[in-house]
Design a binder for this molecule. Structure first.
Ligand code: FES
Length: 291
């Protein structure tokens, strides 16, 4: 039996799940900003997720998983007590943690959960940590208490103005009125690009955790190729952290959209299969009741 038992699984907000998985060897070596690859079952894809917390004593790692395609849907259907087929990691380069002065840490979607260890480490290194998280509406925020503990200031940005400032992480940054020495961002690539454009205008050194397509996660397949500063890099082994001002965003968006149709078809077929199984289950249940 695999040792990667799911010890906790909870939907923290619609479409985002918190997983706490028993993986002591990975917990032992995890550092802020690194990621793992989850393999849900024998036929499952390898899917990368940022390590959002760990407990070396308990031998656990935490990841926040956004349900986006077939593999994440399979994960979302797993229950506490189930076992993952595999977990690979920790992977990726660790961003430099030191006292920069004032650091701005921005997170959106899965990044609201994922920025926590980074903000924590930066705070411990003596920085003034300004954390800003964004969501479409206030019911989509999670992990707020943890972020409050490791931030000197925590600000919320909502698209609909339901809490905090109306806008996005990059709009708060533009209106901050405080000198920032370094910025880190985690979230969708569009958010990373917008934030990088905002920091470029203010001459703030910026690192972003890129979301490139990955297969093996060990530099062998070439799938996660990105161009940064005119050079070819592989997000899994050279990143995922890169200078946001040097990323070729157009290329990244093009590469990431290559399989959109295949992913949509796979999701459609998988969803139909799930519905048929559910309906079959209902028929069997009602049959057994009659008996
Ligand atoms: Fe294969 Fe990075 S995922 S080279």
């Amino acid at each position: 039996m695999s040792k990667f038992k799911i010890l906790e699984k909870e939907m923290v907000v619609p479409n985002i799940y918190k997983f706490v998985v028993h993986a002591p060897e990975i917990a032992e070596k995890s550092k802020p900003g690194q990621f793992v690859i989850f393999i849900p079952d024998e036929e499952g894809e390898r899917v990368p997720f940022t390590i959002s917390d760990w407990d070396r004593d308990e031998g656990t790692i935490t990841a926040f998983i956004q349900e986006l395609g077939v593999s994440t849907m399979k994960l979302a259907q797993m229950k506490m007590g189930d076992h993952l087929e595999g977990v690979v990691g920790p992977l990726g380069i660790v961003p430099e943690i030191k006292n920069y002065g004032t650091v701005f840490v921005g997170g959106g979607c899965y990044g609201i959960g994922a920025v926590y260890p980074l903000a924590h480490a930066l705070k411990e290194a003596g920085n003034r940590v300004i954390t800003v998280i964004e969501a479409r509406s206030n019911y989509l925020f999670y992990n707020v208490e943890n972020l409050e503990k490791v931030s000197d200031a925590l600000m919320l940005a909502t698209s609909d103005g339901s809490s905090g400032n109306t806008g996005k992480v990059h709009s708060i940054l533009e209106e901050l009125g405080e000198k920032v020495d370094k910025a880190f961002f985690m979230g969708c690539n569009f958010m990373l690009m917008m934030c990088s454009q905002a920091t470029r205008e203010h001459n703030i050194d910026t690192e972003v955790s890129l979301n490139a397509l990955m297969v093996d996660g060990t530099g062998m397949c070439g799938c996660c190729r990105v161009t940064v500063g005119g050079e070819t890099k592989y997000a899994c082994v050279d990143g995922p952290w890169f200078n946001g001002h040097e990323v070729d965003w157009d290329e990244l968006f093009k590469r990431n959209s290559q399989y959109v149709m295949d992913e949509a078809m796979a999701f459609h077929h998988f969803s139909i299969g799930c519905r048929q199984d559910e309906e079959q289950g209902r028929v069997e249940k009602s049959t057994s009741k009659k008996e």
